[in-house]
Design a protein around this ligand. Structure first.
Ligand code: S3P
Length: 171
């Protein structure tokens, strides 16, 4: 039987990579991380791509990657970058790639998790709390629209999240 791909979307710090790695491990699937694939292709860190080529170049790389992944052999879990499903074109491509699961994590929890992070260009500089709140509010409707399934992460163990994804998205 052909395995369904699982695509994890959500805000920075929602746990896409961690949950994705564990999910892939539990079901013998391949784990793909969109940011890592783009960094490998450009041989540059995301922050350097933003700084040297601009956000638009990064967003184009995300769309190129979505197109490429449509042709990838099935049976993988993809952790997207937080902005990947925001372009309509990408959201449509992601739905074709697999079951799209939105990891819904509230801004206060996100802020706690990204407190000491320096790798995310969109959160650099002062007023991090305002930035997270504003971006979250702007993005939430797009995440909900891009999703096939919404998984609330609050208070759930990784095991519980994996079981929930398996039950609802991998039948
Ligand atoms: C971004 C999220 C980051 C990374 C880039 C832009 C965003 O990925 O793709 O910094 O626009 O939300 P994570 O969600 O893994 O932090």
């Amino acid at each position: 039987m052909k395995k369904t791909n699982i695509v994890l979307i959500g805000f920075m710090g929602a746990g896409k990579s961690t949950v994705g790695r564990k999910l892939a491990g539990a079901f013998d699937m391949k784990f793909l991380d969109a940011d890592a694939l783009i960094e490998k292709k450009y041989k540059m860190k995301i922050s350097a791509i933003f700084a040297e080529q601009g956000e638009e170049a990064f967003r184009k790389a995300e769309t190129d990657l979505c197109r490429q992944l449509l042709k990838h052999e099935n049976g993988f879990v993809l952790a997207t970058g937080g902005g990947m499903p925001l372009r309509k074109e990408n959201a449509e491509l992601l739905k074709q790639i697999g079951k799209v699961v939105f990891l819904y994590t509230k801004p206060d929890e996100i802020l706690r998790r990204v407190k000491n992070d320096t790798s995310r260009p969109l959160l650099s500089g002062p007023d991090r709390e305002e930035k997270v709140n504003a971006l979250f509010e702007e993005r939430l409707p797009k995440y909900l629209e891009a999703a096939d399934y919404v998984l609330e992460t609050e208070g759930k163990s990784f095991y519980a999240m994996i079981v929930e994804i398996q039950k609802n998205c991998m039948k």
